[in-house]
Design a protein around this ligand. Structure first.
Ligand code: NAD
Length: 418
């Protein structure tokens, strides 16, 4: 029988590989294989029809060796314990590779926010926040948006936590609305970081930005901003998708038109129409002939089943964990270069870090400053990963883990065993 995909197993194997290349003995990094702290919670919510529904959720702190746990909260029907553990661990290594003083955490609620009213979502968010309140706080663990959650949800989380504390605690979550302690540029930060990453990659590979073809899977926060910014700088976005399927035009899509169509949050791409548009499935989209492929939806999209048919020259992981290890090996053998999630999508957590710093210091940066500090950090991290991958003749994923595992192990060792 085929083994079920478990993203946490993926993380463990990548860490093992990097640790052995770094020459660590098992006992020196064993702690990284176990989340430090986990909480499973259940939230009863009175639904609009008067029924009572009990939702389940999680908060996992993978590591606080380098600082407070940091990571989003996912609202999705597919959320499960192993997924949240993997997402929390990826946060640890992401924060380490871009060298910001955070550990890694993640949360999730098993729910379908698209089928819930605003009142139901508010009630669920407040109950979840109260349930995980003993774990979170500006010095312990700082949630943020992820799939299915947004700035509005962060405002509710901040409000609930503040009610419990008896005063406003802006720094308990990041990704908040601008008027509530949010930071200019956070909404665009992950996509902007993906753009910086693609620019760095194309420069290294001596390829132009203008006219280079791109396919983006997922048109949520990360995918839509990535598509918008890449299109704005002259790249040719030939296909994009959402959960309902994809749209494709080999001559390049009208991205501003598609973004305007999606802007209400209710429209799906399966119903989008314009001259030259072909409707395709998400599976077909991943296999299109393109220079750059940007998976920006969920895990396990490029796997042992389809990796042989991927035609892109470069895969830039805007989503967390979109490529399985089996697929990694196949892509590498086929000469397809991949920029890993922990590097490519780190822009969100970097600007979240700026937001948290602002909240603690009660100051406010301009958007220009946010974007230029973000660029510095993304460029420096990309350069370091590229260099070590070349030195060690390995993939960019392994390169990123060589840097991040070393940083986390050294932090752990520096602190000693309590
Ligand atoms: N939001 C952030 O700042 C941030 C930061 C770093 C990484 N990420 C990662 O980026 C990815 C996307 O996050 P987001 O915040 O944009 O989420 P989102 O909820 O805003 O958007 C998700 C998108 O994926 C689509 N989608 C859902 N299921 C799909 C499926 N089965 N096939 C194809 N498309 C599907 C949705 O229709 C939507 O367009 C996730 O892996 C997330 O963990 C997000």
């Amino acid at each position: 029988m085929k083994q079920q995909y478990n993203p946490y197993d993926n993380v463990l194997k990548v860490v093992d590989h990097a640790a052995s290349m770094l020459g660590y003995k098992e006992k020196e990094y064993a702690i990284l294989k176990y989340p430090e702290r986990e909480l499973q919670v259940s939230m009863p919510v009175v639904m609009d029809d008067g029924s009572l529904k009990v939702f389940e959720g999680f908060r996992v702190q993978h590591s606080t060796a380098r600082g407070p746990a940091k990571g989003g909260v996912r609202f999705h029907p597919g959320v499960n314990h192993d997924e949240v553990k993997a997402l929390a661990a990826w946060m640890t290594f992401k924060c380490a590779v871009v060298n910001i003083p955070y550990g890694g955490g993640k949360g999730g609620i098993i729910c379908d926010p698209s089928g819930m009213s605003e009142r139901e979502l508010h009630a669920l968010t407040s109950k979840y926040t109260a349930a995980i309140a003993p774990l979170i706080g500006p010095e312990q663990d700082i949630p943020a948006p992820d799939v299915g959650s947004n700035a509005h949800v962060m405002a509710w989380m901040m409000d609930t936590y503040s009610m419990l504390k008896g005063h406003s605690v802006l720094g308990v979550v990041t990704g908040k609305p601008i008027g509530l302690g949010g930071i200019l540029g956070r909404n665009e930060a992950t996509g902007r970081g993906v753009m910086f990453t693609i620019n760095n990659l194309l420069k290294k590979e001596n390829r132009p930005i203008e006219g280079t073809s791109v396919v983006v899977q997922g048109m949520g926060n990360v995918g839509s901003i990535t598509a918008k910014l890449l299109h704005r700088q002259g790249m040719k976005i030939i296909a994009v998708s959402d959960v309902s399927g994809g749209v494709y035009d080999p001559n390049g899509l009208d991205i501003p038109g598609i973004l305007a169509y999606l802007s209400g949050g209710k429209n799906l791409l399966k119903d989008f129409d314009a001259p030259g548009i072909n409707h395709i499935s998400n599976a077909e989209l991943l296999e299109l002939d393109t220079t750059v492929l940007v998976p920006a939806a969920l895990e396990n999209q490029i796997n042992g089943e389809n990796a042989e048919r991927i035609k892109a020259k470069y895969v830039v992981e805007a989503a967390n964990g979109p490529t399985t290890l089996e697929a990694d090996d196949i892509l590498q053998a086929r000469g397809i270069k991949l920029v890993p999630d922990i590097l490519a999508n780190a822009g969100g957590v970097v600007v979240s870090y700026f937001e948290w710093v602002q909240n603690i210091q009660e100051l406010c940066w301009s958007e220009e400053r946010v974007n230029s500090e973000l660029k510095n950090i993304m460029d420096t991290a990309f350069e370091a990963v590229w260099e070590i991958a070349e030195q060690r003749d390995t993939t960019l994923r392994t390169g990123a883990y060589l840097i991040s595992v070393k940083r986390v192990v050294e932090a752990r060792q520096g602190r000693g065993v309590f």
